[in-house]
Design a protein around this ligand. Structure first.
Ligand SMILES: [Ca+2]
Length: 412
């Protein structure tokens, strides 16, 4: 069989809860909904670390952040191969357009079709049109691995209404003219409690209003890319993988942006459209990590794994409807306010902070909005003991980077 082409299309800061096919009432996302209808959605899909550089470095190296060494944004990455370098030497033409945000020159890893620049509203349309042109014109006999980094809805990060009051009177103030479109408040948002930067509840509403509009903007570009694939000669032999580096708090727990262990920031969309595989399926039973994307891309490419991918597993068999033995907990890491290791199983989410030892435990079934930390409940003792064992197992499995060892030493 001819080797498959692979497209990895990613967006920035998109929470699962902003996709209409998954129940979001505030955003209309017909193009992502089409991916949901034609592909397999993994609903228990977790960012390796819910912030840009670390999560993206995990996608492209297949290693956890403690292993590749980019613990926070813009921290150097250890000298491991990435997917572009690895697959370029193994029969694939590897291309990149758009946002990269890994502390390595992307031109050393991929053939560049379009650079990253500016904001999503200027950039994403250019990336989508680049993808259209590529799919129209690619004529090599070798298979391609095409990476498309869209920016939105990330640019809600620049919507800081408190520091930039004139925004209220100009572009973003437009939200006030559409009161019927102001989103309902989230269950874990308490307007009587203070907000970061003293935002008013009305400013919170506007932030969320614009977050959903930015989601719709990027949805249109996803549609342009996917339409271009479906109408191209590569449609029957190209796997399309869609995800986001991390989510967005959207005012849940009175928080914004990312780097949090809550589902809004930690869980990401992950949809795979594989020609010949049954679409329209939603997988709610397998725990997936961002590093699994790496293993899956290599599996589809028929290319050997990179060294020391200690956690990553290919979810291709799950897309194809097979029965496979799968992990019973999934790790994620956060390096903000100490080193946090977040372990999630089908029932509970656990987070232990280092060096403070502060514990969080949520019952995912009984408390889906993560309102009650039950780590102090004596009835949870055996659950905590099991997670403590898993934490030891995880820490013995990873290959720690110098940066991680230094961070643990410093904080320990
Ligand atoms: Ca990001």
């Amino acid at each position: 069989m001819k080797k498959r082409n692979i497209i990895f299309c990613h967006v920035d800061q998109l929470t699962q809860k902003a996709i209409s096919a998954y129940g979001c009432k505030e955003a209309r996302t017909p193009h992502m909904d089409r991916l949901v209808a034609e592909g397999v959605s993994f609903m228990d899909s977790f960012s390796a670390n819910p912030i840009c550089c670390p999560a993206r470095s995990s996608w492209y190296t297949g290693r956890m952040c403690s292993e590749h060494g980019t613990l926070v944004n813009n921290q150097p990455i250890a000298d491991f191969p990435d997917l572009g370098q690895w697959m370029s030497g193994r029969g694939y033409q590897c291309f990149y357009a758009g946002k990269w945000h890994i502390a390595r020159n992307v031109a050393q890893s991929f053939q560049i079709l379009h650079p990253q620049f500016a904001l999503g509203e200027q950039h994403d349309a250019a990336v989508a049109r680049t993808a259209e042109a590529f799919l129209e014109n690619y004529d090599s006999s070798e298979p391609f691995f095409l990476n498309l980094g869209l920016l939105n809805p990330h640019d809600c990060c620049y919507l800081d209404l408190s520091e930039n009051k004139e925004q209220l009177a100009t572009k973003f103030g437009a939200a006030r003219h559409f009161p019927e479109d102001i989103p309902e408040r989230m269950k874990s948002f308490d307007p009587t409690r203070p907000m970061p930067k003293d935002w008013t509840p009305g400013e919170v509403d506007m932030y969320r209003y614009y977050y959903f509009r930015m989601t719709e903007m990027v949805d249109a570009e996803i549609g342009r890319i996917y339409d271009a694939l479906k109408s191209s000669r590569f449609a029957g032999n190209t796997v399309f993988i869609f995800s986001a580096d991390h989510g967005e708090m959207m005012s849940a727990h009175n928080l914004f942006k990312k780097s949090r262990h809550y589902d809004e920031a930690l869980k990401v969309p992950l949809i795979v459209v594989q020609p010949g595989a049954e679409g329209g399926r939603t997988d709610t039973s397998h725990l997936i990590s961002g590093v699994d994307v790496t293993a899956t891309i290599l599996d589809y490419a028929g290319v050997e794994r990179m060294p020391d991918m200690s956690v990553a597993e290919s979810f291709r068999p799950l897309v194809e409807g097979g029965e496979v033995r799968w992990r019973d907990y999934v790790p994620a890491e956060i390096f903000q306010g100490g080193a946090q290791t977040v372990l999630t199983d089908s029932r509970y989410k656990y987070n232990k902070h280092h060096p403070s030892g502060t514990l969080f435990l949520y019952d995912r079934k009984e408390d889906p909005h993560e309102l009650n930390n039950i780590a102090g409940d004596p009835a949870m003792r055996s659950v905590l003991d099991q997670f403590e064992e898993r934490l030891k197992e995880y820490q013995s499995k990873i290959v720690p980077s110098a940066a991680y060892k230094a961070a643990m030493k410093k904080s320990g």
